[in-house]
Ligand binder design. Structure first.
Ligand code: 6PG
Length: 240
């Protein structure tokens, strides 16, 4: 597990981008599952201000690790957040964007998106394998949309499931542990003081954390796991 701690979001975004470019250099094209929520906005804004050509956008196929079951025009949509902060600002071919259709019935979209993954990304042993999965982490230790109160969804035999937000009851479509842990590269992008307790528990007490927090179950079978965290989220790590 590679943990990188940054004094500023700018440094984190720069380092994350260099990491992405290293992977891009080696491949003709890559598949990336994006995370949602608010953390990625800073990275997307950083990317949108880079000089033209700095990132070879046409080499990237964009997917999502999870989506809220709302229309793509809804402010809660992860697709809309990505559109507003990235796709509307850089030139990404429409055919390279594979959104989860939040406007559809959650259960049918979970099946549809599982099929879409199998048709559009590398499949090994019947599991879709992403080149990169970017994950956020909630202050309750959830990741993608697998929440602690339904942690059993992590081990679903399906690639995508319907999850329920613990407070709002909002339905979500989320990839599951079988997909996340099959990826070639998994990058956590976690910032902010409100994540510091869970970062400490998960990194310093993984065996206990695995029983409670889906984020602690991210243990790629053969892929790389790297944590990009700012010093606020790292603030309670021993020695930090
Ligand atoms: C979502 C995300 C979710 C998110 C965490 C962190 O749809 O909300 O995919 O897993 O990454 O909740 O969210 P913040 O970045 O807003 O703290």
């Amino acid at each position: 597990m590679d943990i990188q701690i940054f004094e500023s979001l700018k440094e984190l975004n720069q380092s994350f981008t260099e990491w992405l470019q290293e992977i891009l250099k080696k491949k003709k094209s890559i598949t990336v599952a994006l995370s949602g929520g608010s953390t990625p906005k800073s990275l997307f804004n950083y990317w949108s201000e880079l000089p033209e050509g700095e990132i070879e956008w046409t080499k990237i196929k964009f997917f999502w690790g999870d989506e809220r079951c709302v229309p793509p025009s809804d402010d809660q949509s992860n697709y809309k957040m990505t559109n507003d902060h990235l796709f509307n600002k850089v030139n990404i071919p429409k055919e390279n964007i594979f959104r989860i259709k939040g406007e559809n019935s959650p259960s049918s979209e979970a099946y549809e998106y599982s099929d879409l993954l199998n048709q559009n990304i590398k499949v090994v042993n019947n599991i879709p394998v992403f080149d990169i999965i970017i994950l956020g982490m909630g202050d309750d230790g959830h990741t993608a949309s697998i929440f602690p109160h339904e942690i059993e969804l992590w081990n679903s035999s399906r690639s995508c499931v319907v999850a329920t937000h613990p407070e709002s009851g909002q339905k979500r479509v989320s990839i599951t542990g079988r997909v996340i842990n099959a990826a070639d590269n998994v990058a956590f992008l976690v910032t902010g003081e409100n994540k510091a307790d869970k970062i400490k528990e998960i990194i310093e007490n993984p065996l206990e954390s695995e029983k409670k927090y889906p984020a602690a179950l991210v243990q790629p079978e053969s892929g790389n796991l790297i944590w990009f965290i700012d010093n606020k989220a790292a603030g309670r790590l021993t020695g930090n």
